[in-house]
Design a binder for this molecule. Structure first.
Ligand SMILES: NC(=O)c1ccc[n+]([C@@H]2O[C@H](COP(=O)([O-])OP(=O)(O)OC[C@H]3O[C@@H](n4cnc5c(N)ncnc54)[C@H](OP(=O)(O)O)[C@@H]3O)[C@@H](O)[C@H]2O)c1
Length: 403
């Protein structure tokens, strides 16, 4: 009578490629791949919205990693427990899920307002790239007439063409105008030209900004370049457009700040801060300036139905980091790769700006600070009204504006 085998190992069926672990390897691999496929399906389809161009690359890399690591483990630990090998493979198969969920978390909320802007006119500064371009595109799809105010006219035209091709956008409603915020003359010229072309302004988005010029640099008017671009230029632009904003009320002014304002210290007697210059200090000072400006402006505009908002858009992978690691492209690529799950993409980076620009429930709010489509408290210094007024007055002197 034939004997029934005592265990599966005694049957030889797992010994074909070498040993039992070698056979399990393919089993583990297919299980891992199936997990990947399921995660891929779940993550790629609604309700989640992920950038489809990135997912295949990520999967390809993770797939290769999973193969290599499973192979290495099987070679290194031929007697290793199949459960732990499966655990490790499962971990790698789950990585895309962890990474994409992290991306979703850090991308933050979307602006839910469906407000339409037909017949409204909006200016977005620095709209040839980054979150400015995303903002301009979104405003145009809502029906607004959008002016992209940019210093680089070539890049501006490309952005205009791109936005004009967006479904739902009327091409004639989008155009560019030259504006270099680091030049007071250019700001004046922009406002003159704008007045010739348009007779109303419903929304001004002071978005343009630089993080670092590399080293200490001055604007043509003799101001430190970051301060001139991020604070003085937008201040003057807003100031010169106040009458048209008031005539078009209800209207809004959205100023792009940053959470780094909380690391800043403003020295009213040395706003161009040449002594011990650090570009990070200059950037955070300018972003603190943006919030103080927003607060004081709200006070100046009380009763006019023109409201102001300061925004921290989040940490976004944009051109603003262009001067970082310029000499170390490999480090730059690694940094981009590692930080990808923790930074916002451009579309999400524009959401808080859009929230402040169109959200109906904010009509009676003014002078506040927003992040992730919610009002937040800025640093103590940014809430100091005395400082805001002092900076306001000081800026009028710096810009030679007589009331
Ligand atoms: N990215 C972030 O993580 C982050 C975080 C917090 C706050 N922010 C703020 O968000 C805003 C937009 O940043 P982003 O990330 O979209 O940066 P970005 O991609 O570098 O875009 C900045 C825009 O500003 C323009 N610009 C720079 N200097 C100018 C000048 N002198 N005159 C006119 N336009 C000028 C740039 O034009 P060119 O292309 O010609 O240089 C570009 O269009 C900035 O105010 C920034 O401080 C960004």
């Amino acid at each position: 009578m034939p004997q029934i085998p005592f265990s599966l190992e005694q049957t030889n069926i797992f010994r074909v490629p070498g040993n039992v672990y070698r056979s399990l390897e393919s089993l583990i691999w297919y299980a891992g791949m199936d997990t990947l496929r399921v995660l891929h399906y779940v993550l790629w389809h609604q309700p989640f919205k992920f950038p489809c161009t990135v997912i295949p690359h990520f999967h390809a890399i993770l797939t290769i990693l999973t193969i290599i690591i499973t192979d290495m483990l099987v070679e290194m630990f031929p007697n290793g427990s199949p459960t732990s090998l499966y655990g490790i493979t499962f971990f790698f198969a789950s990585l895309p899920c962890i990474v994409l969920l992290s991306k979703r978390y850090f991308n933050g909320p979307m602006c839910k307002s469906a407000a339409t802007l037909t017949g409204k006119v909006a200016i977005v500064t620095g709209a040839n790239t980054g979150i400015g371009k995303e903002t301009a595109k979104n405003l145009a799809t809502r029906g607004a007439r959008v002016i992209l105010a940019c210093r680089n006219y070539e890049k501006c035209n490309l952005a205009v063409l791109d936005i004009q091709r967006t479904p739902g956008v009327e091409a004639k409603n989008v155009y560019g105008m030259p504006l270099d915020l680091a030049s007071l003359k250019s700001v004046h010229r922009f406002v003159e030209l704008f007045r010739q072309k348009e007779n109303r302004l419903d929304l001004l988005v002071n978005n343009a900004g630089i993080a670092s010029p590399g080293s200490y640099a001055m604007s043509e008017d003799g101001h430190e370049l970051v301060w001139a671009t991020n604070y003085l230029g937008p201040y003057l632009l807003t100031y010169l457009l106040l009458d048209v904003l008031k005539e078009s009320q209800p209207s809004r002014i959205v100023n792009l700040s940053s959470f780094v304002h909380q690391w800043a210290n403003i020295d009213l007697d040395d706003l161009n801060g040449k002594e011990g210059y650090k570009y990070r200090g200059a950037y955070s000072q300018s972003k603190l300036g943006n919030i103080l400006f927003t607060r004081q402006l709200a006070k100046e505009l009380e009763g006019t139905n023109v409201t102001t908002y300061a925004v921290h858009p989040g940490l976004i992978n944009s051109d603003i980091w262009r001067n970082y690691f310029v000499n170390y492209p490999l480090i730059r690529i690694c940094m981009d790769f590692i930080t990808w799950p923790f930074v916002k993409d451009l579309e999400h980076g524009a959401q808080t700006t859009l929230y402040c620009a169109v959200e109906e429930s904010l009509t009676s709010e003014s002078g506040k600070y927003y992040s992730d489509c919610q009002q937040k408290l800025p640093s103590e210094m940014a809430q100091n009204y005395t400082l805001a007024k002092q900076l306001w007055d000081k800026t009028l002197v710096m810009l030679d504006i007589k009331k």
